[in-house]
Write a protein that binds this ligand. Structure first.
Ligand code: NAX
Ligand code: ADP
Length: 286
């Protein structure tokens, strides 16, 4: 396929034709959280429910699993062993072996906080993923992939990466000077669809740029919400580029609408979760 030089703009019209109509809603498994950042996996999990997960499973450090279950009664929660650092331990793979192969889409990374434990965990988890299930990698899962690129081999062609600029730097092992070329390089290097700050790149050269969005989206937890939005869409349609463009657009539209109302607060991430359904309704009916 001829490589695009200029990204195609993401528009509501383009996306509306893409919105996955079939309501087959699968199971989304979110793996994340830690002693230090227990809420990240919750933000991703609720976001996945908002965009399409029929069944949500959240796997996180044992000490927080009960609280998650109360916060999201619709979800199944899995308690995972912790490493001494408080991060989810690589031994969590023993517990997750019962869940990973059955998930229609997976989101791994939000709230994981130790790159060595995360890399060792991914090394065992990714080969377990069902052959046609896509995987969203975010946060420390991206740092792990950046330092050990071969971790992605078992799911090559089935990954969506949602890096921020720091994570993109690890994935490239270089400075990020512009989002278009960085997204394109990461997509080619890791054979993955990438959503980097509103630029979506596919390994086959397709490229989109979303002019929506707002600086206010750069706030704690916002990336966890984005990763969950992608995971929920992937439970409805295995089209990686669709999920990355749609999730990014909904995330950006919600942020653009919220910031004037809420200001640049540090609680935008949870407000995004409540804004998403309204944005989806609007996009469908435009
Ligand atoms: N208040 C916070 O700091 C929050 C942090 N969150 C989560 O907490 C975790 C840590 O986030 P921070 O922003 O503090 O992370 P850092 O600012 O320490 O690092 C940012 C990213 O760089 C990469 N990285 C850092 N050190 C690395 C290393 N030694 N080798 C390879 N890659 C490395 C990781 O992918 C990491 O996600 C992430 O899972 C993130 O999702 C968010 O969920 C929300 C709240
Ligand atoms: N200035 C911006 N314009 C548009 N989108 C943004 C902007 N800042 C952040 N975002 C979006 O929000 C996401 C999360 O931002 P980030 O600062 O990485 O939050 P987190 O620390 O939770 O990962 C980014 O991946 C990007 O999609």
């Amino acid at each position: 396929m001829k490589q695009r030089t200029q990204p195609e703009p993401v528009t509501s019209a383009l996306l509306r034709d893409w919105l996955p109509e079939h309501e087959e809603r699968g199971t989304v498994l979110v793996v994340g959280g830690s002693r230090r950042v227990p809420g990240a996996v919750l933000l991703s999990g609720i976001a996945a429910l908002r965009t399409g997960a029929g069944t949500l499973q959240m796997a996180t450090a044992e000490r927080h699993a009960g609280g998650l279950g109360l916060a999201v009664p619709e979800a199944l929660v899995v308690g995972l062993p912790e490493a001494s650092s408080g991060a989810v331990s690589r031994d969590a793979a023993d517990v997750l072996a019962d869940f990973v192969p059955k998930a229609q889409s997976l989101v791994i990374g939000p709230g994981l906080t130790d790159v060595d434990e995360t890399a060792a965990l991914l090394e065992r988890l990714l080969p377990m993923v069902a052959p046609d299930s896509p995987v969203v990698l975010d946060a420390f899962a991206l740092g792990a992939l950046g330092t050990h690129p071969s971790l992605g081999d078992p799911v090559r062609g089935r990954m969506v990466l949602t890096p921020n600029d720091v994570e993109a730097g690890y994935l490239l092992d270089a400075e990020v000077d512009d989002h278009v070329s960085a997204a394109r390089e990461i997509a080619a290097k890791h054979d993955a669809v990438v959503n980097l700050m509103g630029v979506v790149a596919a390994p086959d050269g397709r490229l989109w740029q979303d002019s929506t969005g707002h600086i206010g989206l750069s706030t704690s937890g916002s990336g966890d919400v984005l990763a969950g939005l992608v995971g929920g869409l992937l439970a409805r349609s295995p089209d990686l580029a669709l999920a990355a463009c749609w999730a990014g657009h909904v995330h950006a539209m919600a942020g653009q609408r919220l910031v004037p109302r809420t200001g640049l607060t540090g609680m935008l991430a949870r407000e995004l979760l409540d804004e998403v359904p309204q944005v989806l309704v609007e996009l469908r009916t435009r």
